[in-house]
Write a protein that binds this ligand. Sequence first.
Ligand code: NDP
Ligand SMILES: O=C(O)C1=N[C@H](C(=O)O)C[C@H](O)C1
Length: 239
Amino acid sequence: MKIALIGYGKMGHAIEEIAVKKGHEIVLKINIDNVEEMMPENLQRADVAIEFTGPESAVENLEKCINAGVPVVSGSTGWLNKWEDIKKLCNDRGGSLVYASNYSIGVNLFFELNSYLSSLMKEYGEYDVVMEEIHHTQKKDAPSGTAITLAEQILQNVKRKKNWVNEQSNSKEDLVIISDRVDPAPGTHKVKYTSAIDDIEIIHTAHNRIGFAGGAVKAAEFVVGKKGIFNMKDVLGLG
Ligand SMILES: NC(=O)C1=CN([C@@H]2O[C@H](COP(=O)(O)OP(=O)(O)OC[C@H]3O[C@@H](n4cnc5c(N)ncnc54)[C@H](OP(=O)(O)O)[C@@H]3O)[C@@H](O)[C@H]2O)C=CC1
Ligand SMILES: O=C(O)C1=N[C@H](C(=O)O)C[C@H](O)C1
């Protein structure tokens, strides 16, 4: 598989290492200093683009890939206020897109656990729920994309919470997400249910970026030859 790497930072490097070990070829590397090379004829040399840049650049990069007719796997977080626009563009152009706030298998299993635990907790109003995410200090967005996905799962089930907030709150209706920035934390997510009697806590701790990068390469292998919009549940067959 020929891969265009859009964003050659921490994740771009980790993805390159895994992709090359699996026998894939990196045919284009785009970073902030050579964005002008991201033209259709260059993108079209790849079977798939993998985009990990950041909140400010993701939307434009996705538009370029979709308009060039190149399937794209995006991991950038902090841009989902533009999700509907990207979805429409992808559908209108008959394109291919995989998006996940977190590509690691462990976090995707954790999502299943979080969803199940929150479905149990819908009946037990004596439990409050709070969240915490811990990442390295270079991270540009807060809360993390993964924390938002976890919060949305909880809000779907625990109806006593009305919305998430990224600050301390005295309102029982707010699902509080605390964001901590500590080096070199690759990514820790905690969901804690507390009552006067006991606490129940689930935690996922990434030890490095290998899980995210390996999942993104898996998603790229999955999307080549397919049309439409997919997520990691599709890639992993989690139904
Ligand atoms: N979904 C998932 O599983 C994961 C998602 N992420 C997300 O991926 C994104 C990138 O993370 P990470 O690799 O750690 O960040 P880095 O800052 O290490 O890398 C981002 C890279 O993108 C480059 N860049 C910035 N703007 C552009 C642009 N317009 N075109 C091309 N390249 C550009 C940056 O260049 P420069 O440094 O020169 O600015 C940098 O090299 C973040 O949004 C993060 O939250 C991270 C890990 C896992
Ligand atoms: O920026 C990061 O590093 C990470 N970002 C993703 C997120 O915002 O959830 C995934 C992972 O936690 C690492």
